[in-house]
Design a protein around this ligand. Structure first.
Ligand code: ZN
Length: 479
């Protein structure tokens, strides 16, 4: 790297030195977010929002393809409504932001700013579901919610975040189960195929499940520093909420029945996963399928006659094939290289007088830094193939990292030692007793991440108490 570019790169802390600082640096330098005025809030800047929009658009398409409709419910929840389901209100109470005044007047009943919208949907369903013909109700909404968090980090834990929340009502428990499974699979698909992040699919323990749920399904991803990130959850409520809110329908025989409900959500937290799974010491790395700009043309010696014209021609030619842009500003090419590496743009296309003479360009991959010369007349077939190679390589790398950082532990000493020395996921047997789960958390700070759908047996006894084991659990320190 030339001296001219050095100062720019030095602004990022190396991830080996201080991972948390590296994360903050990338978020800032890649121009993803800025801090809001109220503690823990964030301003998602154009580049950050463009990535989120690509994720959102893809997920929205999948949600609609599985039969759901989008709706928009209010931001506000009356206190009495929030308190109707006991476990739910207990789970969220410490994080609720309250509106107590309207103008100068104190409100008779205080109003919660939604931390999640289950109760609003339940209230609506109670009034609008009458017969088995009204079922299923398959609603989704895109919106923002507020949770008054004590410690906050951009994307990972913010006082306000953006997400989608699906809320559905079904005639039977089995229908609701199917829905819970289906939506988890939609999330897994999105995260694996578009974000190139491999995920573990499984069920949360009762201690870790959503407040008020019968059970919670989750996808869990492993970050570069060996910590896990819950990346999407799908909850089966059984008829718990229906009983609290009296949501009933008349079945085919005219008999009154409770509905069975689900909810599922995926938030801007996933942006944190994207940064921490693929990023490196040169900045962000964005998988091609969700990259707002998949290739950036950087003209070399652009002051020379004909170079800019050719570069613009190239952009026009490629626009129907991929999301391509050109930087014809008067910044030095080296500076531009650094900037687009920082932003994680998958491919850089260099084009200078010599290339024009030879009717070729130089392609540089963000993920590996590899360069290749490609003839202009082969570019239209080479670029899409290259983007797919990058997408696959990012996934393969992340999977290899997760495999390397997944370790079996059969004793607490092994458990602790592995966690200290290499972090990552620990596979260990569990007796099913919450006391052991709590003890493990206390002694190691690792939490149970999920009980995988495909049951495994790595020992006969619980890693903590030595009694007969019921399940194999993935454990990890987590965000
Ligand atoms: Zn135990």
């Amino acid at each position: 790297m030339g001296k001219k570019n050095k100062a720019f790169v030095e602004k990022i802390t190396a991830m080996e030195d201080d991972f948390a600082q590296w994360y903050t640096d990338v978020v800032k330098q890649a121009e993803l977010v800025d801090y809001g005025q109220v503690r823990g809030t964030m301003i998602i800047k154009p580049y950050g929002y463009a990535i989120w929009e690509n994720i959102k658009d893809e997920l929205d398409r999948m949600i609609k393809a599985t039969g759901h409709s989008n709706v928009a419910f209010p931001l506000f929840i009356p206190e009495s409504l929030l308190q109707k389901e006991k476990d739910h209100v207990e789970g969220f109470a410490p994080e609720v932001a309250w509106v107590t005044h309207g103008g100068d007047e104190e409100l008779v009943e205080k109003i919660a700013v939604r931390p999640t919208s289950e109760v609003l949907f339940c209230d609506y369903y109670a009034k609008n579901i009458h017969s088995y013909r009204d079922l299923p109700k398959l609603y989704n909404q895109w919106g923002n919610v507020v949770r008054w968090e004590k410690t906050t980090r951009p994307f990972l834990r913010s006082s306000e975040f953006h997400w989608q929340e699906g809320h559905t009502a079904h005639a039977t428990d089995a229908d609701a189960s199917q829905e819970t499974d289906r939506m988890l699979e939609v999330y897994a698909d999105l995260v694996e195929k578009y974000l190139a992040i491999p995920v573990l699919r499984g069920r949360k323990t009762d201690k870790e499940k959503f407040a008020g749920a019968k059970y919670t399904l989750t996808i869990e991803a492993l970050m570069h520093d060996g910590k896990a990130l819950q990346s999407g959850t799908s909850h089966h409520f059984g008829s718990g909420f229906a009983e609290a809110f009296n949501i009933t329908y008349l079945d085919e025989n005219g008999k009154s029945q409770y509905v069975h409900q689900t909810s599922w959500g995926l938030s801007t937290r996933i942006m944190g996963a994207l940064i921490m799974v693929h990023g490196d010491n040169r900045g962000l790395v964005v998988p091609p399928r969700i990259a707002p700009t998949q290739a950036m043309i950087v003209p070399i010696a652009q002051h020379k006659e004909g170079v800019l014209d050719k570069a613009y021609d190239l952009r026009d030619q490629l626009q129907s094939i991929l999301r391509v842009d050109i930087d014809a500003s008067d910044k030095m090419p080296g500076w531009k290289f650094n900037e687009y590496e920082m932003k994680g743009i998958p491919v850089r296309i260099e084009m200078g007088p010599k290339d024009i003479e030879k009717e070729q360009v130089v392609l540089v991959r963000r993920d590996t830094g590899e360069k290749e010369f490609v003839a202009l007349n082969e570019l239209e077939s080479r670029l899409p193939a290259l983007l797919e190679e990058i997408q696959q390589n990012l996934y393969d790398k992340a999977l290899a990292h997760r495999n390397e950082k997944t370790t079996v532990a059969t004793t607490m000493d092994e458990f602790k030692q592995t966690l200290d020395e290499k972090g990552g996921f620990i596979k260990a047997m569990w007796c099913g007793d919450v006391a052991c789960e709590e003890k493990i958390k206390e002694e190691t700070t690792a939490t149970s991440r999920c009980i995988p759908f495909e049951a495994e047996k790595v020992a006969d006894t619980c890693v903590c108490c030595g009694k007969e084991a019921k399940e194999m659990v993935y454990w990890a320190k987590a965000y």
